[in-house]
Write a new protein. Structure first.
Ligand code: PRP
Length: 205
């Protein structure tokens, strides 16, 4: 039995579609229910539905054997897990963005609003720029508009949110996409099950 931590939402829908195709179906998952655990004994798979930012927490602690999570989250939280495979979907980039007419004042610390404080700290440390982090949990683009920050560090997918708020990307920090991760001891104990799953994913390409 493989236990999978599946992110709720769009990313999870794509992951389940893929896993369904390669033999790990669990029809109950697609029903409109508030259940959080779904098991298909016959296919040897069990899914738990978790918040996307919590997938790596469940996997790191062994509450799930494997999971799928954005590289952006892995860069931010650096969980102690194996990153096994780039699934190639959920593509976006971690980037610095600001208003179209932003002019940097290099004499002052840069005020950075972000959901990714660790990524932002590391990036600005690498270019020796003093910053002040303003940690937010969503609608990050509002911060420069309201004068709460100078720039944001956030994910950009289509760029629509930035465009519609008169902002643009100034620097791309890192690309991101969905990654298959595994708990370190599960990877030893369930090597053949996990190996089979990966080879079925590869065979689809
Ligand atoms: C994310 C991100 C941007 C937006 C980027 O927000 O924080 O706001 O998507 O996508 P785009 O480039 O295609 O416009 P999300 O939708 O997760 O909501 P949030 O504001 O609550 O974080």
């Amino acid at each position: 039995m493989i236990n999978v931590a599946l992110p709720k939402g769009r990313l999870g829908d794509s992951v389940y579609e893929l896993f369904d195709k390669i033999g790990y179906s669990c029809p109950e998952l697609t029903e409109n229910t508030r259940k959080l655990v779904f098991t298909n004994e016959e296919k040897g798979v069990s899914y738990v539905l978790v918040k996307p930012s919590d997938v790596a927490v469940y996997v790191e602690h062994g509450a799930a054997d494997i999971g799928v999570v954005g590289k952006d989250v892995l860069l931010e939280t650096e969980p102690d897990v194996y990153e096994l495979y780039d699934l190639g979907f959920g593509k976006c980039a971690l980037a610095v963005a600001a208003k179209n007419d932003w002019i940097e004042d290099t004499r002052l610390p840069l005020r950075v609003a972000t959901k990714y404080p660790h990524v932002a700290q590391s990036y600005y440390a690498s270019i020796n720029r003093d910053i002040e982090i303003i940690k937010l949990n969503g609608s990050i683009e509002l911060a420069p508009i309201l004068g709460l920050s100078d720039v944001i560090v956030d994910i950009v997918e289509t760029g629509k949110t930035l465009r519609e708020n008169n902002m643009r990307v100034y620097t791309r920090i890192a690309p991101s996409s969905a990654r298959l991760i595994a708990n370190k001891s599960s990877y030893q104990f369930k090597k053949s099950e996990i190996g089979t799953l990966i080879s079925r994913v590869e065979a689809l390409e």
